[in-house]
Each structure stands twice: as C-alpha cells, then as structure tokens.
Write a protein that binds this ligand. Structure first.
Ligand code: PGA
Length: 273
C-alpha cells in the first residue's frame, strides 16, 4: 500500500523559493520512490497555477525526450502522458464555504480544481482556532470540494486539555460526525489526525497513542457507509528524524508535514523514509 506524504507550506515561501524547492525535489523523485509513495504539495493557493506550470515544463521536456515533437501528439494522448509523468500532486490549504459570488477574497473549490489541483486541506486546526471555523463550515466546504471533484484532506485533532481529560475520543467522534456531511457520497477521503498539542511543538504522541487513536478513527469512518474509500494520516511535528518510525506505526497510511516540509532536502528525506 502506497504511503501518502503531504507537504503543507502554510503561509510561507516566495515564488522564487517555491521554484527552487520544486527544481530541487522533482528530478530526485524516482519511479521506484513513487511505487511506494504518493506526494501531495499544498502551497499557498496563489502559487498553485505557477507550480503546476513548473511541473508541466518538466513533464513536457520528458515527453519530448521520449516521443519527439510534443506539438505532433494528439491532445488526449498528451494529457494522458502528462498525468502519468506527474510526480507531485497539488492541493490547496483551504477553500471557500460558498460556491461562487460576492465573497471578496475567497477562493472556490472549482477555482482550485481549475488550477490543476486535485486535493484540498479542510478544517485545519489553525483555521478552526484562528479563523473560528466550525464543524458546520468545514462540512459545507467538504460538500463543495467533492462537487468540484477534489479529494478532501479533512483535519481533526484534540487540544492538550481534552487529551488529558480523557474525553478526546468523544471530541474526535463529534468532529468527524459534524464535519462530514451526513448524506454526501464521498468516493475518497483523506483524514489527517493532527493533535493540536503536537502541531509545531516538537511533541509527538507515543506509538501506542497513535495506534489507539487511529484505530478509533478507522472504526468510526468504516461505520460511515457514504465513504467509499479513506486513508488515515498522522500530522504534528513530523521531521526527517521521526518520519520513518511513525510511518511504520500500525494504522498510519501517511503523514501531513508542516514545518519540516519547507526545506527541500529535509522533505526529500521524509519522502524517502
Ligand atoms: P507541523 O505542522 O509539522 O509544523 O507540526 C503540521 C500541520 O499543521 O499540518
């Protein structure tokens, strides 16, 4: 089973820095690596189209090497070749809870799809805490993401106080139930368990805590007959030093990496682990 590694850049990087990151990592991703790993990059939304273009340049150069003049290849065939050569999939870090209209500053799920992205992170704890996003808002966003043919990367996770009170499973269950729309058919969902006490703190739950919590989430998601397929990721203070051990932990289908995804060599080490 392929592990999914997601880079969440948050609000970091200039266009130049983004280009250098892509130019460093993309040529180093081998077919062998892609047999075991799926890589998803979530940069700031304004960079999605630009990064899609950088990846496309690499793919077209590769196709030219393999098949000769790209201009002579039929459009459908060309699109298929490009898709097969794509090593890094793209995702946004959020989308609007409205489909379109007078919402100054917002970006719709449809626009994200249009920019060459296939994924969108929703309900990240920073948005829940700093932008007062409720489960109901997250649920509206999931509906629109699915409608736009994007795969939602839904984030859930408890605070330190909830973990210590022992009430965290009830909280996670309620986040799941309220964030995932009741009557929506979801063909593919990526669920990222990100305990708030671990994000950016350097504190990582023990293997036993990860196994137990992910098992609980797995059971809850399995009980939802509207979700055809799901993967469960761990996120919070993942580094090149601890990634291999976390990936080996039972129930972990992949990682959502924040801070440690910014530096290209470090992130490459995480992919390789
Ligand atoms: P971190 O962030 O890896 O910097 O802890 C993870 C996240 O917020 O997705």
């Amino acid at each position: 089973m392929k592990k999914i590694i997601i880079a969440n850049w948050k609000m970091n990087k200039t266009f130049d820095e983004a280009q250098r990151w892509i130019e460093y990592i993309n040529p180093k991703i081998t077919t062998e690596l892609l047999n075991n790993t799926q890589i998803i990059l979530c940069p700031p939304a304004i960079m999605l189209d630009f990064i899609d273009g950088l990846l496309l340049d690499d793919e077209l150069a590769e196709i030219e090497k393999l098949k000769g003049d790209v201009e002579q290849i039929e459009q459908k065939e060309l699109e298929k070749l490009i898709k097969n050569l794509r090593k890094i999939n793209l995702g946004a870090q959020d989308c609007s809870s409205a489909e379109k209209g007078a919402f100054t500053g917002e970006i719709s799920a449809g626009m994200i799809k249009d920019s060459g992205s296939e994924y969108v992170i929703l309900g990240h704890s920073e948005r829940r805490q700093l932008r007062n996003e409720t489960d109901e808002i997250v649920s509206q966003k999931i509906t629109l993401a699915v409608k736009a043919n994007l795969t939602p990367i839904l984030c859930i996770g408890e605070s330190k106080a909830l973990r210590e009170s022992g009430e965290f499973k009830n909280f996670l269950k309620s986040q799941l139930n309220k964030s995932i729309p009741e009557d929506l058919k979801v063909s593919k969902l990526i669920l990222a368990y990100e305990p708030i006490w671990s994000i950016g703190t350097g504190i990582v739950p023990t293997c036993a805590q990860i196994i137990d919590t992910l098992e609980f989430i797995k059971t809850e998601l399995s009980n939802n007959s509207n979700i055809a397929e799901f993967k469960i990721l761990y996120g919070g203070s993942v580094t090149a030093e601890n990634s291999s051990e976390i990936l080996k932990t039972k129930n972990v289908d992949g990682l959502l990496v924040g801070g440690a995804s910014l530096e290209s060599e470090g992130f490459l080490q995480i992919i390789k682990s």
